[in-house]
Ligand binder design. Structure first.
Ligand code: M6R
Length: 348
């Protein structure tokens, strides 16, 4: 069942290129995509709504929609999407409800509240036949097959691929460059795996670390931090890189690990953050494309293949998934079934 991998999580991490290929193929032939795009074009305001990892995909989607298509979208954590916080929502608005399971109670509550206010509700779900797919007039499947491991990996990247595809279509862009994603994911996994395994022994003794990103890599930093917390039980805080100097910088001591996830266009900004950490003796681990400025300033660089900034941001989450996985295993935990958690949260 684990296909020769030690854990479902590692198997599912390595399935990402294949499921990305499948979702791109599905999206290219889907009539529902046009319905989703028409609804977005005609909407007064668009919201992306989810929890946990699915919320991070909503955040990434909102960045791509703004950057690539000039369409402002409000990403919302599902429990905040209730009438007393969003009284202005009405039938001119569109919400895309995002959930791997399609059964998360917080998401279904938000959906019910939105429907009561007449909003057009669309879905993005992995489990076909789930409550979310039955309750939305129009939904898109994530095409990932079963995701058994509690930490979401392949469903996250396919949520992001779907938002990227929708942003390209909304912008009237040729979507063919997105077909490179599966091969780029394969390259990323192959090159990052040994680099990640090499840094785990130095990072794993720490029970407190930061994961920083900027722009399109900010949601990836949040997602990496969530993965680390979920399966290593360490505290890892995801944050916008520029916020670090506004307080958390005081945590840095000798070798204190700070992960910096960067897109190719954000390197100068990230390098200044890196220097604030290294000059205080901290360990700055950069995740980005090969760049002499990162090499010269970071303690280590985990290299990503060359790609457009938006595809690069998607790729940057793969090393973070691997890092969380190897730290968890290194600590003697089972990353598939972290304590206190279940795959689907059907309670308020
Ligand atoms: O099934 P959903 O996508 O609605 O689940 C939402 C969260 O519970 C889920 O993403 C959770 O954060 C993951 N276990 C994180 O890996």
């Amino acid at each position: 069942q684990k296909g020769g991998y030690a854990h479902f999580m590692l198997k599912e991490i390595h399935e990402q290129p294949q499921v990305a290929r499948e979702v791109l193929h599905m999206l290219a032939g889907s009539t529902e995509v046009k319905r989703v795009l028409d609804a977005i074009r005609n909407a007064r305001q668009v919201y992306f709504i989810g929890c946990g990892t699915s919320y991070h995909a909503c955040l990434a989607g909102s960045v791509y929609f703004a950057q690539l298509a000039g369409r402002a979208v409000i990403p919302v954590l599902a429990p905040q999407f209730i009438p007393q916080y969003l009284p202005a929502v009405n039938k001119q608005d569109v919400g895309i409800f995002v959930s791997q399971s399609g059964e998360t109670k917080d998401v279904l509550n938000a959906l019910q509240a939105a429907e009561a206010q007449g909003m057009t509700c669309l879905g993005l779900a992995n489990v076909i036949g789930s409550t979310l797919t039955k309750a939305t007039a129009c939904w898109l499947p994530l095409c990932c097959g079963y995701e058994i491991s509690v930490p979401a990996t392949k469903t996250f990247t396919n949520q992001v691929v779907t938002f990227l595809y929708l942003a390209y279509r909304l912008a009237g862009r040729d979507t063919r460059p997105l077909e490179d994603i599966p091969a780029l994911m394969e390259t990323t996994l192959n090159t990052a795996a040994p680099q990640i395994e090499a840094i785990v022994p130095a990072i794993n003794p720490w029970n407190d670390l930061y994961c920083l990103g900027y722009g399109a890599t900010y949601p990836m930093a949040l997602e990496g931090a969530l993965k680390l917390k979920e399966i290593t039980y360490a505290h890892c805080e995801g944050m916008l890189s520029t916020e670090f100097k506004h307080g958390p910088l005081s945590a840095v001591t000798e070798n204190y690990p700070v992960l910096f996830v960067t897109g190719p266009e954000d390197v100068p900004l990230i390098v200044s953050g890196i220097n604030e950490v290294t000059c205080r003796g901290g360990r700055a681990i950069a995740i980005g494309q090969e760049d002499s400025r990162l090499r010269a300033n970071a303690s280590e660089v985990i290299t990503l293949p060359e790609a457009s900034p938006e595809i690069s941001s998607l790729l940057s989450v793969l090393p973070l998934q691997l890092l969380a996985y190897h730290m968890s295993v290194g600590r003697g935990y089972d990353p598939d079934f972290p304590r206190n958690l279940s795959k689907t949260l059907t309670v308020d």
